[in-house]
Design a protein around this ligand. Sequence first.
Ligand code: ZN
Length: 415
Amino acid sequence: MSRTLGMLEWCAGWRMVRKFARMRSVVVAIAACCVLSVAVLAGEYESAKSVILMIGDGMGTGQIEAARWTLVGEDGLLAMDHLAVQSGWSRTSDIDGSVTDSAAAATAMATGQKTMNGRLSVSLTNDSLVTILEMARLRGKSVGLVTTVPLVHATPAAFAAHAPNRDKFLSIAVQLIEAGVDVLFGGGAQYLLQFRETCECGWSGWRADRRDLVVEAQLLGYTFICNQEGLASLDTDSVDRVLGVFANAEMLRPLVPTLAEMTTAAINILSRDPDGFFLMIEGGLIDWVSHYNQADAAIELTIGFDRAIDVALDYTRGAGDTLLIVTADHDTGGMQAYHDERDTSREDGPFFTPGGSPFFVDWLHTDHTNADVPVRAEGPFAALLSGTYENTRIFDVMVTSFGFGTGNQDSAFTE
Ligand SMILES: [Zn+2]
C-alpha cells in the first residue's frame, strides 16, 4: 500500500510542476500516472502467475552460514539473503513427529499434507494426494522439475509421482515421464534406459522391463539431452518439452551443467507460457555430502545452489508476477561453523573467508535433524511465509498465491 501512496503523491507533485504546460500534455500525464498507480496497487494484491520453489535438500543454518562466510564473509550477503521476506521458519517432522526424510518433507510441501517417512505424495491409507505441480498443470500452466540427484529421488518425485515406497525408482520413473512435466532436468539415466542400453552420453540402463523411457518421452514430444553441450545448444525460444539427464545416478562435482545453468534454461522455457508456470528446483546433493560430513563439498554445493537462487531472483524481480520461495526440506548433520577458540573438536577446516579469516566446522552426526529450517520468499503473498509454521504451510501459501483457493486448512500455523 505504501508504494501506491508514494506513487499517488509523486503524481500530484509532478502535476504541480507541469501546471503551465499545455493542457493536453497534462491530461495525458495524469492519465498515465493513474494507470501506473492502479497497476502498482494491483501488483500488491494480484495472484502470482508463476511460482518457483527452491529446496536445498539438507540445507540447514550451518550449511548456509559456512557458504556465506566462504563466498562473501561474515558481513556479506548471499543471493538468498536478498529475498524480501527473511523471517520464515519451517518445522519439518513427519506426521508422527519423527525426524523427517525427504519423502515426507517433500510430500508436505507438494501437497499440504503430512505423511509417514518413505511415502511420496500418498496418505497413510495410500490415497494419492494432489500436488501443487498437478494443480498448476491442470490449470494450463507449464511445469518443471530440476535437481542434481536422480529425478526419481524423493524431492522431485513427490511433486509428480505417488508411491507408498520412495525406493520404487523404476515405477516412479514411468510416472514422471507420463506426468506431463514440461521440463525435467537432473540425474538418473539408469532408471530410464533399458538394461545394458547406452545413450549417446554413455549413460547405461538398469530397466529389465524392456521399456526405454527416453524413446517413450521422445514419442510424447520431449527433446532429449544428456550433457552440457546439449543444454547449451537447446533453443529455449521454441522447445516446449525437454528431458535433460546429466548423469547415470547423481550428478558428480563439479556439476556440469551447473544448477544455475539448468535453472536459466528451465525458466527460459517455462516462462514463455502466457498462463505462467510452476518450477521446483532442488539442490539435492547438499544432503548427500552432509550425510558424509563433507564440509568442503557442502559449502561448494550450497554456493552453487545460491547461484541458482540468484538466477531465479533476477527473473522474479523482472517479471513482477512470480512468487519465489527458498527453503530446505530438513537439516542434515547439524553442521555448525565457528571462528572462536572454544573447546570444540574442529572436525573440519580451516576454511577461509575472502578476507583470510579462518573458521572451522563441527557436525552433530551423519543423519537428518529435527531443527527448523529457514524460509525466504519474495513476490505475491510472500509475507504469509513470515513466522514459524509446519512445512505444509508452504503448500498453502503457493496455492493462495496462485489464486487456486485457500490450501490445506488443516495445517498448523503459529506466528
Ligand atoms: Zn538425507
